[in-house]
Design a protein around this ligand. Structure first.
Ligand code: ASP
Ligand code: MG
Length: 415
């Protein structure tokens, strides 16, 4: 028993029938003796519909403040409907918008950050025995303007509320039943994880596994609020995201993430001198293009080849900029390839186990998969490979590291 913050995303409240189901679920938890705060998103498709309406008037011009006013209405619809569904079943419930709860944010339009929450107001409603139904994704700035938190922002509202009222757990109900070792659409043997650490989840999320908003995971990790991902539609324990714990069975690898959205650019034969990296990457960064992996290698004649990756959407813009820079620097050529993907092994267990990298490289080599770039951090190893190897690469690594449902590891290989 304790205080729970439960967040239901757009698909979970996508129809009246589903909203009624959420009400039943919430009442189930309350009947077990929990105090419940529910955070909801707009009904699925609603935020996009509202965005389109704004576009019809404004085109691509910035929408600023009025877009916040518009988008925040999506969630207001859902809190009212869910509160009705709860009340109809004899459950005390009160709907609250962001401003009614004084969820303070900065004044960044369409991507505000929460700065403070008045926990006393929520606690008062909980003490009165009510389920508090809160509109996610919105707040109010110091001038009293409505703000919104950026796409997927309801996850952040839920975590921030859980932190403010020191909830026992923040539960994110969604259309999948947890966090998986990898995407089950690519590897049907992918397994739901019982637990994963905040650090691992952050890597998995930033590497393209889209279960949770990254900001929400960062926030929860910082304040050590246990976060659980679970299905709105099926019963089950979901996946607990928590701090590293010595009792936790220490799997070496938590999962395999991949990112299809990258593209690779190489500048060949630039003079190997101080300042060259800044000269190549500076103009790209100044164009607000984010650079991911970077590799420089030096040839015998004191020239360097410089390779980096960018988001595929930025590829042609980045190529234009780089061709210009390459001319100025007297480089011998530029190569670009949008047909690459990044595969990453993630696991805190890597810290204490040597040989993970070599096992990864051997596994890929055995399948004839060429590695184009490598980068590592404490708990992650990423490789760039040709796009056509995505499925094969994920599956052979999933196998080699014993991540499958009926996971059998070849101990002779696992060092
Ligand atoms: N409704 C908002 C969106 O679609 C916020 C959310 O669902 O988390 O981005
Ligand atoms: Mg979402």
């Amino acid at each position: 028993m304790g205080v729970l913050v439960q967040k239901f995303g757009g698909t979970s409240v996508g129809s009246i029938e589903r909203i009624e189901n959420v009400a039943k679920k919430v009442i189930g938890y309350r009947d077990q003796g929990h105090s419940v705060v529910v955070v909801v998103s707009a009904m699925s498709g609603e935020t996009n519909r509202l965005l389109d309406l704004a576009k019809d008037i404004m085109g691509d011009a910035p929408h600023g403040q009025e877009l916040d006013v518009l988008l925040s209405t999506g969630e207001q619809v859902t809190i009212a409907l869910l509160s009705m569904a709860l009340q109809k079943r004899g459950c005390r419930a009160i709907s609250r918008t962001g401003w009614q709860l004084d969820i303070k944010t900065d004044d960044a339009r369409n991507k505000a950050r929460i700065t403070s929450i008045d926990a006393a107001r929520i606690k008062q409603h909980l003490d009165d025995g009510a389920v508090v139904v809160v509109a996610g994704f919105q707040g109010i700035d110091s001038d009293g303007n409505i703000t919104t938190l950026g796409r997927g922002g309801s996850d952040t509202t839920a975590v921030a509320l859980a932190t403010a009222i020191q909830a026992n757990e923040c539960q994110i109900f969604t259309d999948v039943d947890g966090v998986y070792t990898t995407d089950p659409r690519v590897e049907p043997n992918a397994r739901r994880l019982e637990q994963i650490t905040f650090e691992e989840m952050l890597e998995m999320a930033s590497l393209g596994s889209k279960v949770l908003q990254i900001r929400a995971v960062e926030f929860a990790g910082k304040y050590k609020i246990p976060l659980r991902v679970l299905s709105s539609f099926e019963e089950g324990p979901g996946t607990l995201i928590t701090t590293e714990d010595k009792q936790m069975e220490q799997a070496k690898i938590a999962g395999i993430a991949f990112n299809r959205d990258e593209a690779q650019i190489t500048v060949k034969g630039v003079p190997d001198q101080p300042g060259i990296a800044a000269k190549i990457l500076g103009p790209v960064s100044r164009a607000n293009i984010e650079i991911d992996m970077i590799v420089q290698n030096v040839a015998w004649d004191n020239t360097a080849n410089f390779t980096f990756t960018v988001h595929r959407n930025d590829f042609s813009r980045a190529m234009e900029i780089i061709e210009d820079t390459a001319n100025k620097l007297g480089a011998t050529g530029v190569n670009g390839d949008p047909g690459i993907v990044k595969l990453s092994l993630v696991g805190v267990g890597m810290r204490s186990h040597a040989g993970i990298a070599s096992q990864m490289f051997e596994t890929l080599a055995d399948e004839g998969i060429n590695i184009r770039m490598i980068s590592t951090s404490e708990i992650k190893i990423s490789v760039v490979v040709d796009e056509k190897y995505l499925e094969l690469g994920v599956r052979c690594l999933h196998d080699a590291f014993g991540l499958a449902k009926d996971g059998t590891v070849d101990e002779s290989k696992a060092s």
